[in-house]
Design a protein around this ligand. Structure first.
Ligand code: GLY
Length: 337
């Protein structure tokens, strides 16, 4: 069943899949007030709204919402939001306190994209705890879109960011424990959180996104995943919607996950349906190659230009947080297996 949404300004077509049809019935697909359907929120949006990966992002959402509720700019909101996690030493997958690579060195990746389709990224950044803000400076202050390694560090220094040691005693201890066995075996949900990807739509209808990570724990020195790659870890098309990814970056890159989701929303799929298609793409690629996804998790979030959102993951356990006029709340993603 296809239903063209009432706002229609983005020619958005909401697709109702069989599972949703069985859950809600036909009336559940009609996003009109007063019809009495049970699943309206799944298909209608509101603005402003912010959505971020893992339910640990509740605090990050609060920082973003402070900006959004005062009619602030979505780009400022996503930067301020993800910085909360970058600053938090208890989050061991992002920024300060992130788990190091197998040499014991913390390196960070991040990217940001605004409502004009401009973007900036840093990869393999060491000794600066807020890669998202350095990425924004790359976007705003340079003719480039990405800086890496020593060049990124020099740029951060020139821009006045404070240099610091990112390896906390807790992360060092975890690394030393890992060295006892030294095997690189990514797990489905390490501590149930990882990269923070955040998408926001502000009161003026401007979309922006941010994605930041310390990458896979115990990665090879120099490894970069999906998070700083526009089209993989994050993509924003101001006319259509935005998407971001979390967990095993290699799988996201191989299928251009976030760009694919935005293209699916352009074709009329709902945010959740679009995320499901991107998850299915990972599954079919691995099936074709006879590789197992038993220990692999990827989670996607999507937000469209109307403020409707959705999520989908390969495995159970991917959570996210959304803040809109209904408040700040934790959500469980739909999943494939
Ligand atoms: N999604 C984070 C990474 O793979 O680096």
């Amino acid at each position: 069943i296809q239903y063209r949404s009432s706002s229609n300004e983005d020619r958005l077509t909401v697709m109702l899949n069989r599972k949703q049809f069985l859950k809600t019935g036909f009336l559940g697909a009609i996003p009109l007030a007063g019809i009495g359907c049970t699943n309206v929120n799944k298909f209608t949006g509101s603005k402003p709204v912010v959505i971020a990966t893992w339910n640990t992002a509740i605090k990050a959402n609060e920082a973003a919402w402070k900006i959004l509720e005062n009619e602030g700019y979505a780009l400022d909101a996503v930067e301020a939001g993800v910085r909360v996690e970058e600053d938090d030493p208890m989050n061991m997958s992002v920024g300060y306190g992130g788990r190091p690579d197998r040499e014991g060195i913390v390196s960070l990746d991040a990217c940001i994209m605004d409502d004009k389709g401009e973007c900036g990224a840093v990869v393999f950044l060491q000794n600066y705890k807020n890669p998202i803000s350095v990425a924004r400076k790359v976007m705003e202050e340079t003719p480039h879109i990405m800086l890496a390694g020593k060049g990124a560090q020099q740029f951060a220094k020139d821009q006045g960011f404070e240099e610091m040691d990112l390896l906390t005693p807790k992360a060092k201890e975890a690394w030393e424990k890992w060295l006892e066995n030294g095997k690189y075996e990514p797990e489905v949900n390490i501590e149930n959180h990882d990269t923070i990807g955040m998408l926001a739509l502000d009161a003026e209808g401007r979309l922006s996104g941010a994605c930041t990570t310390s990458g896979a724990a115990w990665k090879m020195h120099g490894r970069v995943g999906d998070s700083p790659l526009i089209g993989a870890g994050l993509f924003v098309d101001p006319e259509i919607g935005a998407a971001c990814a979390t967990r095993l970056g290699e799988e996201v890159v191989k299928t251009a996950g976030s760009a694919l989701i935005v293209e699916m929303m352009r074709q009329g799929y709902s945010p959740e349906e679009a995320c499901k298609i991107a998850v299915d793409r990972i599954i079919s690629r691995n099936k074709r190659n006879g590789t197992s996804l038993k220990n692999t998790q990827v989670g996607y979030l999507a937000l469209n230009k109307d403020g409707a959102f959705g999520a989908y993951s390969i495995q159970e356990g991917f959570t996210y947080a959304v803040y809109n006029a209904d408040g700040n709340r934790k959500m469980d993603s739909e999943f494939r297996s």
